[in-house]
Ligand binder design. Structure first.
Ligand SMILES: [Zn+2]
Length: 160
């Protein structure tokens, strides 16, 4: 079937030129499958992203549960898994910090929270200032705990 030219009479028999009649409609019909496919692909991608986000959040929550249950070795493993699997979020460092905190390893915990802050600075559009502030406060507190503990150990060692 030869293609109707823009200035040819419209094949629908309206008597108008094709470009003033059915051209637009026919173009849309031609493009429809490609557009539908693109929409479907986008929806699929959005689903995958949503699913990944769901898994990531579940895994992150699982670490919190493990910490609260006192299962710290499992929690650490799960936190490290988070770091590897989901490098697009700060959760891995956050959760690893929680594990160290629960173990009383204050300096290691502070280091993890510094990584969280580093991450937020690399992705500033995803975070508000309050988020960073809360981690900064936590780091100060943890460093103070670590210093106090070290002082207590030194006092114990002192003779007399
Ligand atoms: Zn027409």
């Amino acid at each position: 079937m030869p293609k109707t030219g823009r200035n040819d009479p419209c094949p629908c028999g309206s008597g108008k030129k094709y470009k003033h009649c059915c051209l637009k409609k026919d173009r849309a019909a031609e493009l429809a499958p490609a557009i539908a496919q693109r929409v479907a692909l986008q929806a699929q991608k959005a689903n995958q992203v949503a699913l990944r986000k769901d898994y990531q959040e579940e895994s992150s929550n699982a670490v919190v549960d493990l910490v609260h249950a006192g299962r710290l070795d499992e929690a650490e493993q799960a936190a490290r898994e988070l770091l590897v699997r989901y490098p697009e979020v700060h959760d891995g460092y956050d959760r690893l910090g929680m594990v160290y905190e629960a173990r009383g390893q204050f300096r290691e915990a502070a280091d993890c929270y510094r990584k969280v802050i580093e991450f937020t600075r690399a992705n500033p559009e995803d975070y508000d200032a309050g988020f960073v502030d809360s981690f900064l406060e936590l780091i100060v507190k943890l460093e103070a705990c670590a210093t106090e503990e070290e002082r207590a150990v030194n006092d114990d060692d002192r003779p007399g």
